[in-house]
Design a protein around this ligand. Sequence first.
Ligand SMILES: [Fe+2]
Ligand SMILES: [Fe+2]
Length: 485
Amino acid sequence: MDNLFNKTRLWAINFLLKLAKDLTPSKPKSHITRESKNLFQKEIKIPVFVSFLFTIIAVYGMLVMSVGVCSKVMFAVLIFMIVVVIFLVSQIKNKERDILEDNDTVVLICLLFIIAILTFQISKEYLSPFVSPVSAFSIMAAMLLSSRLGRVYAICLSFYTTFLNDIRFDVFFTMLGSAIFVVANVHTIRKRSDFINIGVKIVIVNSILLMMFYLIGAYDSFQLKRNLFYGVLNGIFSVIILLVLMPLLEKIFSRTTNIKLIELSDFNNPLLKRLMLEASGTYHHSIMTADIAEHVANSVGENSLLARVGSYYHDIGKLKNSMYFIENQIPGYNPHDNLNPEMSRLILISHVKEGIVLAKKHNIDSEIVNIIKQHHGTSVMHAFYHKALESELYMNMECFRYPGPKPSTKIAAIIMLADSCEAACRSIEEPTMAGIKGMVEKIINNKFIDGQFSVCPVTLKDLELMRDSITSTIIGIYHARIEYK
Ligand SMILES: [Fe+2]
Ligand SMILES: [Fe+2]
């Protein structure tokens, strides 16, 4: 008896400790950072355990209510739920482990599931299973989470809608077919109006698959016409859901989708417009950096659009005191000549801080803000450090470092290198292929030795690919100058 009591006590203590640990919001280790950018002005801190438990109970309840409240059905739904949850969790745990450590993302995964199942119930109740917007929710998962999770959603949601509709194979096949097809085309979505193309694709795939079922004798002509009508409605509903829900979820969960990046890359954006008018040298440097960073991102399989847009904004802090930055100076006049190195150091550091303030003020996404923050890492301002040494001012080299932080993502590292290499190669008076190659190599080696990549997942192989890509892009940019010199 005592033994049983002790075992129960130990179990209860362990359970409470585990619950306390789960309820303590942990700092996300994922590279996806959320900083006071979502609708609630802070990260959503619902523990992973609570989010999953709530979703499982909610979806189970909805399924039982829809399929029928009796012990056999409840048991069948339970088996079905266990299979789907095991599939979903194994997919996330094996390939997207980071997600499980990010409370925000888990809430998004669960919320998408609950809303999807709700819309399926409504479609089944009032219209037809063929109206269930499986494709719309799979596309949202692909855009807000990852393409792989988009495919996992397509499979799970197709199973759900089939289970809700008497395990009909035609429903499963049609829903899965259109969802997988549109998720495979997710990279073609670059602006909100592209959702209409997605709707058209859903209608086409639905129609082809329904025709196939008609040809094999599963439907008569009346059923075919009715199902085709619902297949078209599915496309229309999907477009409406995407247009309404996507911007909301992007805002709430602070997600930087390709659509948002395209919107940010518009040169009519007030910040880019100001950069063009008030600091044209920096504007030109940012465009060059963007060209280089985009190529480099492509060569290492990173998001090239994020690299381009991040580069556009990386130096917006130079809008303040623009004349103190070399690219904006009139030849023959450098205001730093009249300043001591300590003042120059403070002005240079301020462009990073000013950039962060400006970006936040203009509601620029947190991923771009992080790029601004990290684009110099903790690098040394060599020019002013040497000036301090020459003027015999006692100053430690550590005082001439940017405050950081160091790049934490590959994209931030790419922009750091593209930025430094672009500025350094522009200063070469007579650029030659060997000169550019040597300069790029020197910059990458120095940054590596200085430990600038110590907290980011960049491998030596990546650095090699980056070096080749930066060199070839800069040689391409200076091609005319190289050839005619
Ligand atoms: Fe900068
Ligand atoms: Fe720069």
